[in-house]
Design a protein around this ligand. Structure first.
Ligand SMILES: [Cu+2]
Length: 227
């Protein structure tokens, strides 16, 4: 039989430590959702500033869930805590954040009631992605990022500023996806800039004249609970 033995010396040392050292409280953050049933969710630090980046470590999260229509759901690496939708009241969670992206949201209204922050070495990507679309010269079509790399997966992007350079008189550049359906004219040659609101999902681009000229990229929303 295993017996856990605690040294009397360690117990004595613990008793002699000043309580401020032995029991330092983790930093306090405050989450608020649904004040006056408004569709507003927020996470702030001790100064009242919206949380966008935190050092890795342990924190206390005091959540004020003020509405029976909304909840507060905190999600990310090693953390998944939420209040009831119907329930209201205050609750304090003690959580440990590690390097990565965390999100908070109201589950029934996650499309609009959400926020996110980065911890440790992680950084939030800019919510606007600058991309370059190109059709022609010749039978070529592409969408590339500011560094010239092919756009494949864009994480947590909500808007895209897409500069389209159309160098073909016989093809156009046509982008489709959730909330987006934009095209240049087939005979048009020139440069246009589209500011697009995008949602998680696949966006496809093609020439309407030559459907084999096509490609796609995806928007993802890591740090948020799906649905
Ligand atoms: Cu809600």
């Amino acid at each position: 039989m295993l017996v856990r033995v605690v040294s009397p010396v360690i117990l004595l040392l613990a008793a002699l430590l000043p309580s401020s050292v032995a029991a330092a409280d983790p930093p306090l953050l405050e989450g608020v959702v649904g004040t006056n049933d408004a569709f507003v969710i927020n996470l702030v630090d001790a100064t009242g500033a919206k949380v966008t980046h935190l050092d890795a470590g342990t924190y206390r999260i005091l959540v004020h869930d003020r509405s029976a229509e909304h909840n507060f759901h905190l999600d990310g690496p090693g953390v998944n805590q939420s209040t009831d939708i119907e329930g209201i009241g205050d609750v304090t969670w003690t959580v440990t954040f590690t390097d990565g992206i965390y999100g908070y949201q109201c589950d029934p209204h996650a499309a609009t009631m959400r926020g996110r922050f980065a911890v440790g070495t992680a950084q939030l990507p800019p919510p606007t992605a600058n991309l370059n679309g190109r059709i022609g010269p010749g039978r070529t079509i592409s969408v590339r990022d500011a560094n010239g790399a092919k756009a494949t997966i864009l994480n947590n992007v909500t808007t895209i500023r897409l500069t389209v350079t159309d160098r073909s008189k016989t093809d156009n550049f046509h982008l489709t996806g959730k909330g987006v359906n934009r095209a240049t004219g087939i005979r048009y040659r020139g440069r246009v800039v589209w500011n697009l609101s995008v949602s998680p999902g696949v966006y496809r681009f093609r020439s309407d004249r030559h459907p084999s000229l096509r490609g796609s990229f995806s928007i993802t929303a890591a740090g948020y609970r799906a649905g």
